[in-house]
Design a protein. Structure first.
Length: 256
């Protein structure tokens, strides 16, 4: 029987509890490799490092059976470096997470967690981005178990090309989870994004913050699903082309 090979990365950093719990759980069904940032790299989107060297330092924090490297780069760097330089052969899956905090709706554009999975999809490797929709008092045990089961459920399926699965799991006890919803990305915006403050020298600076505004009436969205106790699985396609507008744009009289 073929041994499943899984590459794990994240944006919370290699020492985060979420990735540690996930690796422990996935090791029950697969040979696991870890290539993750050496510190938190949240909200780095799909940034890659071009103007300084990347360093891969081997670590043994996951036990002797898990080959792991910490990288002084972004989540996208980690997956790209793993697939191009560190792994002898491509993995069967790339799992990014488990992230602390949701990656819902338009926030996926900024997410380092999702971007690591997108990088795998660019390489044609099935990928999952996994998040728990809370920041405090999180239990990662059930989310890690769910991701393990999800890998088992889809390992023999024909994974869609250029796509990944974005999974958001409510921070609830197992018996309180209502089920799974296959969703689309919802609407998540921010009000009063920047707080203006003054430093001790009298100069103004700005701190990114803001109140989250969510569309809770969009019943088939990931936002609605997790707010109502469901695990959300959203297929994401990284091709951003708006195909419906191509023919319209061809009719425009654009000078050159």
């Amino acid at each position: 029987m073929k041994i499943l090979k899984i590459l794990v990365s994240n944006d919370d950093g290699i020492y985060a509890e979420g990735i540690f719990t996930l690796v422990k759980e996935l090791s029950k069904i697969a040979k696991v490799f870890v290539v993750a940032p050496d510190r938190e790299r949240s909200a780095t989107a799909h940034a890659i490092t071009m103007h300084k060297p990347l360093r891969a330092e081997k670590v043994e924090i996951f036990g002797p059976e898990v080959t792991a490297f910490k990288i002084n780069g972004t989540p996208s760097d980690c997956v790209k470096l793993a697939l191009d330089a560190l792994l002898e052969e491509p993995p069967d899956f790339v799992i990014s997470g488990i992230n602390r905090g949701p990656n819902l709706g338009t926030d996926v554009i900024y997410s380092g967690t999702v971007s690591a999975a997108i990088e795998a999809a660019i390489y044609g490797i099935p990928a999952i981005a996994a998040s728990v929709t809370a920041y405090e008092e999180i239990s990662f045990e059930y989310p890690a178990e769910f991701i393990r089961k999800l890998c088992g459920s889809i390992k023999n399926k024909e994974f869609p090309k250029d796509s990944l699965l974005n999974v958001n799991i409510p921070n609830l006890e197992r018996e309180k989870i209502k089920g799974i919803m296959i969703t689309h990305l919802g609407t998540r915006k921010y009000k009063n994004c920047f707080h203006k403050r003054c430093d001790p020298r009298g100069k103004d600076y700005f701190w990114l913050a803001g109140e989250v505004i969510e569309d809770l009436l969009d019943i088939d969205s990931d936002v609605w699903a997790v707010k109502n106790g469901y695990i959300s699985i959203t297929p994401i396609h990284f091709d951003l082309t708006k195909y419906e507008l191509i023919d319209t744009l061809k009719t425009w009289d654009i000078d050159y």
